[in-house]
Design a protein around this ligand. Structure first.
Ligand code: AMP
Length: 374
């Protein structure tokens, strides 16, 4: 059942692309998911972002799409053969990047359909007959309504971060999209947590799925060093500035609101740090600039709200700071999972004001231990 990147079921071109990406050994989710997906099975993967789950579905999908003898091979029909649904624009863009990176050289065309961008270029992109569509459910529904694309030729569908898609209220769109896809498609579902709504979705739309769980679900990456400062709200900004001054490394800071993100960013900038912001009030091009700048090192500090930062993939984030505690334990785990990705290890620091005591209690109960106090 376990899988290595030298497996003979991967074509030399795919093995080259994997080596080029710098992956030498499969992560646990990859080791367990790639084989069953290549076998044509439906898969339900319980894995959080940071486990390598994107490549766990991208590698076998691209393999099947490029092979002339596979069920995903081109059959003369028109329309995309593969669809990935993701909750946020940022995650969709990142998934598409992985497809480009691993499948671009083999001529697989991937198109992103996300909200916040004008329709024109998306319609032009559809004219070029992409093989893979990566979309947020809202914008894909818009396209279906305008009949700018059909999903009748789909062979495989991925629901990524299914828990978050349902949390965000996308259930009606996801249901509607699945209804217009062929029944004999292969379906993969990835989710960090398995609430009842996700189980229902899986029961309804997956057929005899192989279930894969990586580690204990919804537990933080073991390599993250967590610590907690109790701090009244008004002392949080000076505390952040002190930590940024004392400790190096790329730092991602989460705030509760967009307004606070702006305010904290101003203070951090005024203290001389290279800082940028990511939240829902910023335009798509501003968000891209912020993320690219953070990735390239132009900015050392990124201040973000939860939704905007969902699924962002920046390697080597040394430090995640919860300037405000998140409302759920799942969000806490997602946030601190931004650091210590793949092989690296990282730090996560939380600031808790007296008003956040209840949130802290919920998080620590879920973790099963207290976060060490400083
Ligand atoms: P994901 O969980 O898909 O967001 O992936 C997390 C990070 O791990 C991304 O930066 C990937 O490029 C990286 N990654 C994925 N698979 C591997 C692998 N087999 N070896 C090393 N890094 C990987």
């Amino acid at each position: 059942m376990f899988f290595s990147f030298t497996d003979s079921r991967l074509t030399p071109a795919m093995r080259d692309a994997i080596a080029h990406a710098g992956y030498s050994t499969p992560t646990p989710i990859q080791a367990q998911a790639i084989g069953p997906i290549l076998d044509g099975r439906d898969v339900i993967g319980c894995a959080q972002t940071g486990t390598g789950k994107t490549a766990a579905f991208a590698i076998p999908m691209l393999e099947l799409l490029t092979r002339p003898d596979s069920p995903l091979a081109k059959r003369g029909g028109t329309g995309p053969r593969a669809l990935v649904l993701a909750p946020t624009r940022e995650l969709a863009l990142q998934i598409a990047e992985t497809f480009h990176m691993l499948g671009g050289a083999q001529g697989i065309r991937t198109l992103v359909l996300i909200g916040g961008e004008s329709m024109g270029p998306q319609l032009a992109g559809l004219q070029k007959r992409p093989d893979v569509i990566v979309a947020t459910p809202g914008r894909l529904s818009d396209h279906l309504e305008r009949r700018s694309l059909g999903l009748g030729a789909l062979r495989i569908v991925v629901l990524d971060e299914a828990d978050r898609m349902l949390d965000m209220g996308f259930a009606p769109q996801v249901e509607r999209i699945l209804r217009v896809t062929p029944l004999d498609r292969q379906t993969l579902c990835f989710s960090a947590t398995m609430p009842a709504e996700v189980e229902t979705l899986v029961r309804r739309h997956l057929s005899r799925p192989v279930r894969i769980e990586v580690g204990v679900s919804a537990k933080p990456v073991a390599k993250v060093t967590q610590r907690l400062y109790r701090s009244p709200t008004q002392d949080k900004t000076p505390l952040l500035l002190k930590l940024l001054g004392e400790e190096g490394g790329r730092t991602l800071v989460f705030t509760r609101t967009k307004h606070r993100a702006d305010r904290v960013a101003r203070a951090v900038g005024a203290a001389g740090h290279r800082v940028t912001r990511l939240h829902a009030d910023r335009s798509m091009s501003q968000r891209r600039e912020a993320l690219d700048g953070f990735r390239s090192g132009r900015y050392r500090v990124l201040i973000a709200t939860d939704i905007a930062a969902r699924g962002i993939d920046v390697p080597e984030i040394a430090h995640v700071v919860n300037f405000d505690l998140p409302h759920t334990a799942e969000d806490y785990i997602h946030r601190i999972g931004r650091t210590a990705r793949a092989e690296a290890s990282g730090r996560a620091t939380s600031f808790a004001s007296p008003e956040e005591h209840e949130q802290l209690r919920v998080i620590e109960r879920h973790l099963g231990h207290a976060v060490p106090r400083q």
